[in-house]
Write a protein that binds this ligand. Structure first.
Ligand code: HEM
Length: 142
């Protein structure tokens, strides 16, 4: 398939990894926000969370765009079960990314009702999705 496909796949992996850095760290900031009372420390955490979320959006778009290029452009995985399962998990991941935006808005409006324990469990979700997606795309169990 030539080197073009390999460049696209390499960039896909780079932007997926970068997006996940945000998906792992933003909920960790939420854990700290849920334990911090109003004041300077909380304002700094909110600032960090806002900047990180703004940074995650273009990384997500590039990761998904390059993935679509591999799938629709080069036809890799077309009609295969592992690709369909992977896409279903990607939709879940998009939902998680969106949920982070809503939770960030709630923290900004001082309307958070969830405990830091809840956010610790919430933080584990992208780990499980990443595990499943990587197994699907590398091992291709079906
Ligand atoms: C619209 C969403 C996505 C599409 C259409 C897509 C599609 C693809 C395709 C077609 C490949 C090439 C497979 C190959 O050449 O063997 C690939 C590679 C890969 N994708 Fe995605 N992907 C998407 C999102 C993601 C996400 C969210 C993750 C991580 C959770 C991910 C992780 C990977 C990895 C690790 C590889 C490299 C696999 C290898 O080198 O064998 N992708 N993707």
């Amino acid at each position: 398939m030539g080197s073009g496909y390999l460049w696209v796949k390499a960039l896909h992996i780079v932007f997926v990894t970068s997006w996940f850095a945000g998906l792992f760290y933003l909920p960790r900031i939420f854990v700290n926000l849920a334990m911090t009372d109003p004041g300077e420390a909380r304002d700094r955490l909110l600032l960090m969370a806002g900047k990180l979320y703004r940074f995650m959006n273009p990384l997500m778009v590039l990761a998904l765009g390059l993935g679509l290029w591999l799938w629709l452009g080069y036809g890799v995985g077309a009609g295969q079960g592992w690709m369909h399962a992977k896409l279903a998990l990607v939709v879940l991941l998009l939902g998680y990314h969106h949920a982070c935006a809503r939770l960030l808005r709630k923290f900004r409006e001082d309307r958070n009702a969830r405990s830091h324990v809840w956010y610790r469990w919430f933080n584990e979700v992208p780990v499980l999705i990443l595990l499943a997606v990587v197994v699907l795309v590398v091992v291709r169990p079906f």
